[in-house]
Write a protein that binds this ligand. Sequence first.
Ligand code: ZN
Ligand code: ZN
Length: 411
Amino acid sequence: MPLSRPTIGEDLQADLHDLYRHLHRHPELSMQEHATADLIAERMTALGAETFRCGGTGVVAVQRNGDGPVVAFRADTDGLPVAEETGLDYASTATGTLRDGADSAVPVMHACGHDTHIASAIGAATLLARDTGSWSGTVVWLFQPGEETAEGAAAMVADGLWDSAPHPEVVYGQHVWPGTAGTLEVATGPAMAMADSWKVTVRGRGGHGSQPHTTIDPVVLAAHMVVRLQTVTAREVPPQQAAVVTVASFHAGLKENIIPAEAVFTVNVRSLDTEVREKVLEAIRRIITAEAQASGAPEPLVEETYRFPLTDNDEAATGALVTTFREVLGEDAVKAAAPVMGSEDFGTLASAIGVPAVYWFFGGLPPEVVDGDEPVPSNHSPHFAPVLEPTLSTGVTAAWTAVMSRVGSQR
Ligand code: ZN
Ligand code: ZN
């Protein structure tokens, strides 16, 4: 029997709007989501779930209702160091401290929309708690910290997540994005790219700006590296394959007449395929080493700063879920998506125990904004402002549908 769209009801909708506005006003930086975790634990405990902390500020809530399948659903919880400029009456004025201690107070905003993820998961868990006759099994709700820094999923796994929580047959997750509110987009296979970030310290020999022949100028050397790195995707990756190589930060020197001893830049790589990834990383290393040799400079220091896994949507699990999404939300509301080159650490939660995962996007903007002439603010923009509805009811319905597609007693 097909699932039909759940009734959220005015009381729950009003409650979720309040919860969302509260979370939006009080964002916290990655791995410091203390008040957020307290609130989530309180709400999930009130629904009868067994909750425990995991990976620092992560919260696991196990919602049991008799025998049956075990399914996991992940919602990430962190905000970003962005000063909100949405003008909303519930806009954030919160500040936080970055863990490197460089700044005592930075503005914090839920600029990636993780507040919609938390509210949607709590909404779906509330629907399940209210209607225990319609399902049987166990739902493991994973409220994951530190997505933006690629730390949280790994921290939960390292903290014994799967030693403490029942193992699910599948892990689901979702993300709000600047698509039309009320719709979902789902990719099959690779959904989001792997990412690798390196910090490259180019070592030369400093000296007087008027006597370059007595130095090894790391600025010229590093500039050659940056230019040549552009050829990796243009000349080494097959044109049918996707890859991105971006150098977005470059620092060297203090004064026009002092050639510095070193230059530092970062390189960020995105790929959808492990072979392509290996090829790109090897090429980058080769270019960095060879350019240093060409200048007679020492071997540069290359440090990995972070790494995101592939978000890989299992074909069978995705196909089944898309069918159910269409039953519940309507054919037109569920679109097939191409992979995006953004990255996520979601995949770590499922790959740690070798189970399939499915991840989708839900729209957060009115159609007139999405289809309008003005540029649409993306996630991480200080202007990113999802509309409450139908964004939240769609997030709740999608989370509920995914879980019910496995534990619903009619299935
Ligand atoms: Zn983000
Ligand atoms: Zn995000």
